[in-house]
Design a binder for this molecule. Structure first.
Ligand code: OGA
Ligand code: MN
Length: 227
């Protein structure tokens, strides 16, 4: 057998592998799935250590009283627990921690890939942590506010370790407009990223038995003119 010209204990390239798939390949896979189906479900979008660090940050924010009851609608800023019961905290790029920077840079990579392959003109990401206390839910809704189409792609990264089917808290994604069927239920498992066209998919968060944490973002276009 022929000798290899060199020996190395680490891969020669700097490619980071998760799930045996390079990170760029995950972004490409998301673009393909969105082009074909309008949505994508990606496991292990970020390394487990980063995901766990983000989950602790969300819990710290809650302990520090920095999570707020979420509001509904663009003009209706009042919290309404009959519609949604989560607490949120917006991520600020200027004061981002290292795990948040890692998240933001992966999302930036995804944004440029989406723009290259789907010509969406995505301009920026807005994102918040969300904590659903046990029993909280978010009723069926669309992420584009009525009359405003700035939010183009919804991206939800789940931060829940050891999530079991009996814990509930699925994201129910309605696949045919407002019709109650068909739908796809997605478990909020740590590291899973769900991406979908904000203007197409009605969805809801089913109540969970335990606290449910996520980092949710929307890629937006520049214009915020009512349409
Ligand atoms: C939202 C939302 C879904 C989820 O924040 O708008 O629909 O699975 N979240 O957390
Ligand atoms: Mn939503």
């Amino acid at each position: 057998m022929q000798e290899k010209p060199f020996k190395t204990s680490t891969p020669p390239s700097m490619t980071i592998l998760i799930d045996n798939m390079p990170l760029d390949a995950k972004a490409a896979q998301i673009c393909d799935a969105i082009a074909n189906d309008g949505y994508a479900i990606t496991e292990q979008f970020l390394p487990p250590l980063t995901v766990n660090a983000l989950a602790s940050e969300a819990r710290q924010l809650q302990l520090a009283g920095r999570m707020q009851r979420a509001s509904t609608g663009k003009t209706n800023r009042l919290p309404n627990e009959e519609i949604r019961g989560d607490l949120t905290h917006w991520v600020e790029g200027s004061e981002a921690s290292n795990p948040q920077r890692e998240y933001l840079s992966r999302m930036e990579n995804l944004r440029t890939e989406l723009n290259k392959s789907l010509f969406l003109g995505l301009f920026e990401l807005e994102s918040h942590f969300a904590i659903y206390p046990p029993g909280a839910f978010y009723r069926k809704h669309l992420d584009q506010f009525q009359g405003y189409k700035q939010r183009q792609i919804s991206c939800i990264l789940y931060l829940n370790e050891n999530w079991q089917a009996e814990d509930g808290g699925q994201l129910r994604l309605y696949l045919d407009g407002v019709a109650p069927e068909p739908y796809q239920d997605i478990k909020p498992v740590a590291g899973t990223l769900v991406t979908f066209l904000s203007g197409r998919f009605f969805h809801e968060v089913l109540p969970a038995q335990r606290e449910r944490i996520s980092l949710t973002g929307w890629f937006r276009t520049r214009s915020d003119q009512p349409v």
